[in-house]
Write a protein that binds this ligand. Sequence first.
Ligand code: F6P
Length: 327
Amino acid sequence: MKNKVTKIGVLTSGGDSPGMNACVRAVVRTGLYNNIEMFGIMRGYTGMVEDDIVKLESRSVANIIQRGGTVLKTSRSKEFLTPEGRKKAYGNLKKHGINGLVIIGGDGSFRGAQIFSSEFDIPCIGLPGTIDKDIAGTDFTIGFDTAVNTAVEAIDKIRDTAEAHDRLFIIEVMGRDAGYIALHSGIATGAENILIPEKKTDIENIIGQLAEKERRHKLVNLIVVAEGEEFGGADEVAKYIKGRLPLLEVRVCILGHIQRGGAPSCMDRLLASRMGYHAIECLIDGRHNVFVGVVNNKINYIPLDEAIKKKQKVSEEWLKIVKILAT
Ligand code: F6P
């Protein structure tokens, strides 16, 4: 069923991720190409509630494809979580005549979109913009590739100094409840151990490996820990290891928000451009309340209510590869 969509609002919500700007650009330019009026909703759902909405032209999104962060700014809106907040947001969209929404964000943002689209007659399309890659139904999320490359660059540097001093380094990466940044950056840097929330941490096994290395005077070791790992992150792991092996020189490095910034990689720019284009196509084709993913390099549409129920699983193949290559 074709639906006449004439005015579309686009917003970025939740934690920013590199490539969000490239995505906004693609959404805006594809909309304009189809003679649709385009609006930027500032600061995520906050701008919807507070009527911070601006008209966008092609030149409004010039020279942003290469920039990290988001020109639309972002937030995690508390007011939008309430029925009153969403009603206000709807009123503001109606005031501008907006009859389609594109939401670029993570699973929390999709949850907001799902509730909003079930309460009001404004079709919503989600685009997965998060460094965490924790959304089922897409092989990649916008920003993940850049964040992993940032982590890899940092961990390579840490290995240099670890080698120089014969030290054990415990490096914490982001990912909220998901271990993908840790898994990918750990494999790519040859980390000796990778600790992720999706797999139970066998700390005694790690202690055994370290004790054996200590005995052989092979002390360089990198442990990459996902922030959501069950042991409590890098500081807790370090404390435990120090308690058990007091002679080891242990250092902790928490990479933090550096992983969220910087120029998006080529892969993220391409993904963002492709997904942004398809979001507008969805609204024009009347394919509503879905998010756009990419699976096996093909565009995939997942209903928003399904998306918020599932988490992306870590593949057994990668876990096996980690085990074999880190020995
Ligand atoms: O979801 C993206 C993310 O960077 C997570 O990896 C991290 O746990 C969280 O956001 C940090 O949030 P904040 O920027 O609010 O500290």
